[in-house]
Design a protein around this ligand. Structure first.
Ligand SMILES: [Zn+2]
Ligand SMILES: [Zn+2]
Length: 438
């Protein structure tokens, strides 16, 4: 909390600022090098430049905020908007990850044993997926078919519940596309009964997965017949499918953690440092098998370009639900369960809203260790009284509070704002619910 001062009507004005966005190594690096990438045409896609622009404005009241107010004690403060950038903004993505764990456990996962499968590709083929991101979805289709096929042969008529997560990164944030699968360790019969089954053996899935992927790339004209044949004949094809991690039926926390792990961001802010003088990033992580080192040193611009490769396209889904967990199956079950209770829509909405509100509050508390909508003075719930995104008004209010400090290029002293991000259609608060991730 800072900037305590008196606002009109004897109401105290403050900024709720749980973190200092401009102080992070990523902010410094992005603010310094985004203009370089733009000038040298290194933003491969429009979405990359857009996301970085939004990230640089995230949590910064100079770019807009909500005014929140306590009816009980007339305490007021402002709450900066967040960027919601997936797989880039550490703060926004982490909120998404935390909320997702809660949401998926409450709404999707059944209390049965689960298993993690990880499907990886040979190094030779990985760059193809960076150039053609739509193939990542096709990769998911292959894995989905594989599960359907093997479970159908093990128990005809039964279906496993599976969630597929695309990850495009390795430990050193290199481009390494792979699929994580959170699958029920068994399958559901049509009547809803669950039958525990042994895991699909790696010896069975790996060759099948490899052959399907190569066949897809051959059909797309991205790999020659000869190369595909040669790769399949290799002793170590590079196609692998790990299946070693299992979570017991009663371990709800374990399921949640696994889902969160699968949705995690490409990189961790704690592992990154940036030296402004030499414009160098050091990233410390786990030992990389091929590079034989546990760190990465890069020029800031190269590092930023590498991070950009992990930003999904605007409507690209990196999480998919299939089998018993498919949106269709879940919708059908929800409708069947809702019928006998005979609750009106209005009642359900109110209850649902209350549940979501309490989930949000809990999550916000987890992230910031404080609830921005709880009055810090009297602990009553506060409410949003205005959303401010007009530049002139922002300046007027922040100047009044003594908080007007427009963004400048990191380390380059005062100057014009580093970036002028596109204004979102609807202003966003620094917290959000997550079901839109599905
Ligand atoms: Zn953000
Ligand atoms: Zn109050």
């Amino acid at each position: 909390m800072q900037g305590c001062t008196h606002a009109p009507q004897a109401v105290v004005g403050r900024v709720y600022r749980p973190r200092k966005p401009r102080a992070s190594a990523l902010y410094q690096c992005a603010a310094r090098h985004a203009p370089d990438l733009r000038a040298s045409g290194r933003f491969g896609r429009r979405v990359e430049e857009n996301v970085i622009g939004r990230f640089l404005a995230c949590g910064d009241p100079q770019h807009g905020f909500a005014r929140i107010y306590c009816d009980q004690c007339r305490y007021a403060c402002i709450l900066a908007f967040s960027c919601k950038a997936r797989y880039f903004c550490p703060s926004c993505h982490q909120k998404r990850v935390l909320a997702y764990g809660e949401w998926v456990e409450a709404n999707v996962l059944a209390p049965v044993p689960h298993r993690q499968y990880v499907f990886t590709l040979p190094r030779l083929l990985r760059p193809i997926f960076a150039r053609r991101r739509t193939l990542l979805g096709r990769l998911c289709n292959i894995v989905e078919r594989l599960f359907a096929r093997f479970y159908a042969s093990a128990r005809p008529g039964a279906r496993p519940g599976i969630i597929l997560f695309v990850q495009t990164f390795g430990d050193l944030v290199n481009f390494n596309p792979h699929i994580h699968v959170l699958a029920t360790d068994g399958a559901f019969d049509p009547d809803g009964g669950f039958a525990g089954l042994p895991p699909i053996p790696r010896k069975l899935i790996e060759p099948w997965f490899g052959a399907e992927v190569l066949s897809l790339l051959r059909r797309e004209g991205l790999v020659s017949e000869t190369l595909a044949g040669r790769m399949l004949a290799w002793r170590h094809t590079g196609f692998s499918a790990h299946n070693g991690v299992r979570v017991r039926a009663k371990d709800a926390a374990g399921r949640r953690r696994l889902a969160q792990y699968m949705l995690r961001a490409p990189f961790s802010l704690e592992k990154m440092s940036y030296d402004l003088k030499s414009e160098t990033v050091i990233y410390r992580s786990r030992m990389h098998k091929t590079l034989k080192r546990n760190f990465q040193i890069m020029h800031g611009a190269d590092w930023l370009a590498q991070l950009c490769a992990h930003i999904p396209d605007r409507f690209e889904h990196l999480v998919r639900y299939a089998g018993w967990y498919s949106n269709r199956s879940r919708g059908k079950r929800t409708r069947m369960e809702a019928q006998p209770a005979e609750v009106t829509t209005r009642e359900v909405d109110a209850r649902e809203a209350a549940r979501v509100r309490s989930t949000w509050a809990r999550l916000i508390h987890k992230v910031y260790e404080v609830d921005p909508l709880e009055c810090p003075r009297c602990k009553s719930p506060m409410r949003v009284i205005a959303l401010i995104d007009d530049k002139a008004v922002i300046r007027k209010i922040l100047s009044h509070l003594g908080l007007w400090a427009p963004q400048t290029a990191a380390g380059r002293g005062p100057g014009p704002p580093v970036t002028d991000p596109p204004r979102p259609a609807a202003p966003i608060l620094t917290y959000h619910a997550v079901p839109d991730i599905a």
